[in-house]
Design a protein around this ligand. Structure first.
Ligand code: ADP
Ligand code: MG
Length: 267
């Protein structure tokens, strides 16, 4: 039974909690404390259980809003999640992805490379792993290889390439989508090489490409540059090879067109 006296004391305490939660910049504590007080009394929670439940609401809300901000800031083209991925279409990688989704590769500064023909889900999986990383508290940036080169070129022209590379190292994960879509000029290839070198054994990269590694020499215009880059990327990396026809074109009867099958070369 809640007497009038304890009710009044409770109201006083809630007012004080309101003030203290404001001082802690944790406004949700006021609402959770008030809302849970009665159910705590009714269910006979201990003081410790009540405090834990109230704090849990604040921490859960902070984590969720932090992850939301990190996902928004990452610049994903389309925020596809791993939960939306149809594993039956790519059974070979079904075993590999859950371990990566738990984020261990990020703390070890390992890389992930996704290879495969167009439409097999490389961008989808790279994005899904990026979202999982953001949910684990890592800062993430996503862009195509061409966009990365543009950013690095601008930084280089402004004389602040080292500062830009240092800033990017503060992101636990950088995703480079579509390596090999367009070949790079030599300057661009060198800038890209610097990005890869600057992250080597410091922070993770996820790269996607529709070309096998043997085709990267043509992208970077130089077999030696490509070999040095692949060496650094793959030294600590999981390489996932997606196979088969485009998911976009499935059930359309056009995935057997010779022009589409001809690109089915990554292995
Ligand atoms: P890629 O980057 O390999 O060209 P995408 O990741 O862009 O391919 O995939 C093309 C489209 O098909 C996207 O809309 C993606 O969400 C979808 N898709 C591809 N593979 C799958 C899959 N296994 N399960 C669900 N959706 C998929
Ligand atoms: Mg893609």
């Amino acid at each position: 039974m809640t007497t009038a006296k304890t009710k009044q004391a409770g109201n006083e305490a809630i007012k004080q909690i309101h003030y203290l939660a404001g001082a802690l910049k944790a406004p949700r504590i006021t609402e959770a404390a008030a809302r849970m007080a009665d159910s705590a009394r009714d269910s006979g929670w201990t003081h410790e259980e009540y405090l834990a439940a109230v704090l849990d609401r604040e921490v859960a809300a902070r984590n969720a809003s932090g992850a939301r901000l990190r996902i928004r800031a990452a610049g994903f083209g389309s925020p596809k999640t791993l939960e939306e991925f149809d594993w039956d279409a790519q059974p070979a990688v079904r075993q590999q992805v859950p371990a990566l989704a738990s984020g261990g590769f990020l703390t070890e500064a390992r890389n992930v490379v996704l290879l495969g023909p167009p439409g097999t889900g490389k961008t989808h999986l790279a994005t899904g792993l990026g979202i999982a990383a953001a949910n684990h508290g890592h800062r993430v940036l996503f862009a195509t290889a061409t966009d990365w080169v543009t950013r690095l070129t601008e930084a280089h022209r402004a004389g602040r390439l080292p500062a830009e590379l240092a800033r990017l190292r503060r992101y636990g994960l950088i995703i480079v989508d579509e390596v090999g879509y367009l070949p790079f000029e030599q300057d661009a290839a060198n800038l890209f090489f610097q990005l890869v070198s600057s992250r080597y054994e410091h922070a993770s990269l996820i790269l996607t490409s529709n070309l096998p590694f043997s085709g990267w020499g043509g992208v970077f215009g130089d077999q030696a540059v490509a070999a040095a880059m692949i060496d650094r990327i793959v030294h600590h990396a999981d390489v996932l090879t997606l196979k088969g026809a485009s998911y976009r074109l499935r059930n359309r009867g056009i995935d057997t067109l010779p022009s589409i099958r001809a690109q089915d070369t990554a292995d």
